[in-house]
Design a protein around this ligand. Structure first.
Ligand code: HEC
Length: 190
């Protein structure tokens, strides 16, 4: 084989590989917005649980080494899990990464966490009315269309209902164990 013909063979081979990578089917299927939202939710949910168990529960409840407080800055304390979640959400928003997320509720302790768009309102009601199910929809805000997913946020511990039911800013005081307290919203621009 001469050096003149060799690159031609490589190029032909590369073209076949590229065609295989771009056709969206076969060996390299694409990921749907729903799969991406579900995957993001798995990571967000897991990170929140890890922070709750390994940081807040261990250091504030078991070891009593440091407090966890809503007023974490003044009290030199740990952030509450919901505050940690919102801090991450705010930072991601600033990165314009093509998706955003939030922990919202129809009965929010912090008014910033109330639903605003129609899909957020419908989705939060849907996860309350349909236990175990998520809500998925497309919505257009401004000139961008989004895939929006809503996942239920459940009172999994006594601390959830105790703190929310007793909080001075809480609009609802009768949360029970296992009840849906709100939802995680994930929005992906299409
Ligand atoms: C020590 C008190 C405390 C505990 C325990 C607690 N929360 Fe919260 N939660 C808060 C505060 C304060 C906020 C508002 C945070 C912010 O500034 O965004 C909040 C926010 C939320 C929100 C967003 C809507 C809202 O109310 O502002 C949801 C949903 C929520 N918490 C669910 C839970 C669940 C589920 C648990 C248990 C796994 C839990 N919380 C445990 C205090 C608490």
């Amino acid at each position: 084989m001469t050096w003149k013909r060799f690159p031609g063979v490589i190029l032909a081979g590369a073209a076949v590989l590229l065609a295989g990578a771009c056709d969206g089917g076969g060996a390299t299927p694409g990921i749907s917005p729903r799969q991406m939202a579900d995957a993001l939710h798995t990571v967000l949910e897991t990170d929140r649980t890890v922070y709750t168990r390994l940081i807040v529960n261990r250091l504030a409840v078991e070891e009593k080494a440091i407090e966890a407080s809503e007023h974490w800055k003044d009290d030199k304390a740990l952030l509450l899990p919901a505050q940690m979640f919102r801090a991450g959400a705010t930072m991601v928003r600033e990165k314009n990464a093509g998706f955003s997320y939030a922990l919202l509720s129809m009965w929010p302790v912090n008014k910033q966490n109330k639903p605003r768009t129609e899909v957020e309102k419908i989705g939060l009601q849907y996860v309350v009315d349909n236990p175990g199910k998520n809500y998925y929809a497309e919505e257009t805000l401004g000139d961008t269309t989004y895939f929006t997913a809503v996942y239920p946020d459940i009172a999994v511990a006594q601390a959830c209902i105790q703190c929310h039911n007793e909080h001075k800013d809480s609009p609802r005081r009768d949360f029970k164990m296992g009840e849906i307290m709100g939802g995680v919203i994930i929005r992906i621009s299409l």
